[in-house]
Each structure stands twice: as C-alpha cells, then as structure tokens.
Design a protein around this ligand. Structure first.
Ligand code: ADP
Length: 512
C-alpha cells in the first residue's frame, strides 16, 4: 500500500506541476507568436507612418517651390529681369537663400555677380555637367548638391529658355517644411528626416535611446534624404513582450501560489476530517465501554445480593455503596455526554446566581468519597477565608470540577495526593485541582481541551475515557467569562485551574 506522503506527492504532481507546466508552455508559445505578429504589425505601421511623412514633406515642399518659381516665371515673362524685382521675390521666399538665372550658354543673367563666393565654384565646376544635363533633358526640375540646390528651366517672353538655380535655406526647410508637416503627425513612434549623410536634420522628439525601426527614401523633392521611424524607449515590440513576460510570470506565480495554497488547504481539511472521523469513532467506542463497565459491576453485585449469597451485613453494605457509586459514575458519564451534545447543538443554557464556593467544592468532592477512599487517595482542600460569593451556574461548575477531580483520580499513579484550592486571583476566583500523576507533555497542553482529543488517542495510558471532559470544562469556563489553564510536567503531575470572574460581566482575566 502507498503511504499518504506518496499519495500527497502524486496529488501535488497532478494538481500543481502538470497544470503549471501546461500553462507555462502555452504561455510561452502564445507569447512568442504574439511577439512575432506584434513586430510585423509594428513595422507595417511604421512603414505607413514613414510613407505618409515623406508624402507630406514632398507635397509641402513642392507647393512652396512651385509658388516661388511661378513668381519668378511671372517676373521673367515681363521681359525685365531687373534685379530689384527678383531680389524682392527672393526676400519674400524664406525657403530660397540665393537665386541665379543663367543663359543657355551658361552666362549669368541674374544677379550681376555671385552672391556667395563659394557659388562660383559650385555652379562653375561642380554643377556644370548637371546644368548641361538639365538642358538636355528638356528642363525638368532637378535637385542637386545633396538637396541644397534646385534647378529649373523657365521661359522669357519670346520663348527663350533660361536656367533658374536657387540655393535652399536649410533653416527654413527644417522650420517651415519639415517641422510644419511632421509635427502634427499622429503616431507613438519618433519620426525623423535624415540627410544624404544619415544625419538627423529634423526629429519630432529627442532620439536619445530610441531604437531605429526602418527608413524609406524621399522622392524628387529631397533625393538621397530619408524618413526614418524610431521606437521610443520601452515602446518597441521587444519591450512590450518583455513587459508581457513579466506580467505573465507574476500572474503565473500567483496562480501557482493559489493552487499550492488550495491543495494544502484541501489536504489539511481532509486530514482534519479524517482525524475527526477517527476521534468520533474512538469516542463512540470509549463511551460504550465506559457505560458497560459500571453496568456490569451494578449487575454483578445486584445479582449477588439478590441471590442472598452475602450473609455478612458489612459486606452487604459495601456492595450497596459500590452499586450507588457505579450508578453515580454512570449518571456523571451520561450527564457529560448529554451536556456535550447540548453544547454542540448550541442548546446549553447557564443560569448564573451568586454561589458560595466552599460548599460547592465540598459537595462535589463528596460524590468522589468512595473512589478516593478505595484508591487510597489523600485529599487536601484549601479554601481562602472570606472568599466572596461568585456568580455561577452551580450545577455546571460542579460538573466541571467533577471532571477535573475525575481526571486527577484517573491519571494518578502511585503518588496519590490530590489538592483542591480556591483563592482570589485578580478580579476573580481561581479553583484548582492538582495531582501528582502521569502529567502531560507540553506539546499536548493546548490539544487536550479539544473535543474527543485524548493523549495517545483512544486509550490514554491505559485509562478509559470519552475525550469530552476537558472540552466541557473549557466551555463552562468560557460561558462564565473565565478560562481554564493547565500546568503539567510528565511524571510529576498536573494542575488544572478554573478561573471565574467575580463581576457579572467578567473581570479582567489575569494572564498568568
Ligand atoms: P478523558 O475522558 O480522556 O479523560 P478529557 O477531555 O477529560 O478526556 O481529557 C483529555 C486528555 O487529557 C486525557 O485523555 C488525558 O490524556 C489528558 N488529561 C486530562 N487530565 C489529566 C490529568 N489530570 N493528568 C494527566 N493527563 C490528563
């Protein structure tokens, strides 16, 4: 047969490890899938954002430059290329820093001299082949010099073409075109514009530790430039998955903890139930045995007397006393069981009335005169003088005291001395019963007051009993607003103290 520990381990394996493993695997697989699709979706969204940004920039730039060229064309169409008029148009166009108009043969028509000394080299050496190419391609607009210079062919009044070249203003481009078109873009990502060298000309917010997602090239307006999309720190799919993993792990931990707690609780409950069932079975067996013993004695002595086999009067008296004592024991036992059943059913009522303590002790003790005498017990009763009357249910307290005395007799060994004491203790009265019997191990002190509990289960040190005596004593004490405590050393004896308050509502219970 398998031991309970093996069974519990198997149960724990099935109830905790198996579902936990399945949940962990499922969680891992679904997180990986989720990560892949989140990354794909994130890239697609980033691509859309980049395309939209490029489109907006291109459009704004084209509109601004078309307007500028239209004004230049209008001026050229008048036939006058007077410098002041063109100067004014340039001054009105923040996007254009410098404008040059060339004849077909390359001669500078406007302005009369290079506005910037560097432009002579730029247009003379670097851009000459490109200027030529523009003429050859029929004057289609072209952006050269890394997006700095724009070339276009315009017409003079008689249809004579001229080449217009203008140098863009980098600040205005950033401020009026990039910022204006991209600032309002709605996206959690960071959008930036990179020049031909990969430098960020404009970024919607600080790039800092943002992770690059993708970059797409711009078209005609700013060739060689790119729109790049970055994920701000913590917003990339990887970060989101990491957060999700943490959340999942925490939830998983809580789940496992709950399952473990549930299994432990179920196990403890089952163990308690099994224990309780066992205790109840023992209780029935013990009570039946306890009832049978005095009954057999009564019957035996009754029959002996009936048959007239006892000629000796003193012996007859002795038999009568035994019968009386055994029937008293029987009533005591039945009272205990009935009371216990009333307590369990919540039907036990207590009628408190001021009661003198000493007579109560002596009357209770009288009922044990026979077994005490038979067992050769020495009884010491010490009642403090002037002990006030205490509010109590005399019957219940007497029964509780009887249970303590009965135990003292039952669990005494060779040293047969029982001491009963009553004295004031704080706001109440302490009634104690002390024996020099077998004693109780410290680990059992709390449990002996539980119902059906007996040290070493059914047969405590060879003495019969039902296991409800001390449970009853505790109930009676608590019903009076008091308590019962024990001090005991194995092999040396035990002292049970019943503390009852003197005040009607119960005084302060001393902690000793
Ligand atoms: P029982 O009918 O078994 O005596 P009780 O509820 O009166 O039931 O006591 C519970 C257990 O406490 C006993 O089984 C016994 O082990 C222990 N016990 C009670 N009183 C004493 C005592 N005076 N000395 C030693 N053990 C005691």
């Amino acid at each position: 047969m398998r031991s309970p520990t093996t069974r519990l381990s198997a149960l724990a394996l099935i109830a905790i490890v198996a579902p936990a493993t399945i949940v962990a695997i499922l969680g891992y697989v679904s997180l990986r899938q989720w990560e892949r699709s989140a990354e794909l979706l994130f890239r697609e969204q980033a691509r859309d954002v980049a395309a939209m940004a490029a489109e907006k920039v291109e459009m704004m730039l084209r509109v601004a430059e078309d307007a500028f060229l239209a004004r230049v064309q209008a001026q050229l169409a008048t036939g006058e290329t007077t410098e002041p008029a063109l100067d004014r148009i340039v001054a009105d166009s923040p996007l254009v820093r410098r404008l040059y108009v060339f004849e077909r043969d390359g001669a500078l028509l406007y302005p009369r001299a290079w506005r910037d000394p560097a432009d002579a080299a730029l247009f003379g050496e670097t851009l000459r082949p490109r200027l030529q190419a523009v003429w050859e391609r029929g004057g289609k607009r072209e952006v050269v010099a890394g997006g700095q210079v724009c070339l276009a062919v315009l017409l003079r009044p008689r249809g004579e073409p001229v080449l217009v070249a203008y140098v863009r203003d980098a600040d205005a481009l950033r401020r009026d075109i990039l910022e204006t078109s991209l600032a309002a873009l709605e996206s959690p990502t960071v959008v930036a514009v990179l020049d031909q060298d990969g430098r960020a000309v404009y970024a919607r917010s600080a790039l800092g530790r943002a992770e690059p997602v993708l970059a797409i090239p711009m078209r005609e307006g700013l060739p060689d430039w790119r729109v790049a999309v970055y994920a701000p720190p913590g917003a990339s799919p990887g970060d989101m998955v990491r957060r999700q993993v943490m959340l999942f792990t925490a939830a998983f931990g809580v789940l496992v903890a709950v399952i473990v707690a549930g299994v432990m609780l179920t196990w403890r409950l089952t163990r308690r139930e099994t224990e309780m069932a066992q205790l109840k079975a023992d209780f029935v067996a013990n009570v039946s045995h306890d009832l049978k013993t005095p009954l057999s004695v009564i019957r035996m002595f009754g029959e002996t007397l009936e048959m007239g086999r006892v000629p000796d009067e003193a012996r007859r008296q002795e038999y009568y006393r035994i019968i009386t004592h055994e029937s008293e024991r029987l009533s005591h036992l039945i009272d205990n069981v009935l009371d216990f059943s009333r307590i369990e059913g919540g039907r036990r009522r207590y009628d408190l009335a001021p009661t003198a303590v000493e007579p109560l002790i002596r009357e209770t003790l009288d009922a044990f005169a026979y077994p005490l005498e038979q067992g050769g017990f020495k009884v010491e009763v010490t009642v403090a003088p002037d002990l006030p009357e205490a509010p109590m249910d005399a019957e219940a307290i007497s029964q509780a005291l009887a249970n303590l005395i009965d135990n003292a007799i039952k669990y005494s060994d060779t040293d047969r001395v029982i001491a009963l004491e009553a004295h004031r203790d704080g706001e109440g009265i302490a009634l104690s019963v002390t024996d020099r019997g077998v004693g109780i191990a410290p680990g059992e002190h709390a449990r002996i007051f539980e119902k059906f509990y007996r040290v070493g289960r059914s047969e405590t040190q060879g003495r019969r009993g039902s296991g409800v005596g001390l449970a009853l004593v505790r109930h009676v004490a608590e019903a009076h607003g008091g308590r019962v405590s024990v001090r005991s050393t194995p092999g040396q004896g035990s002292r049970f103290t019943l503390w009852l308050p003197l005040g009607p509502g119960g005084g302060a219970c001393p902690v000793s």
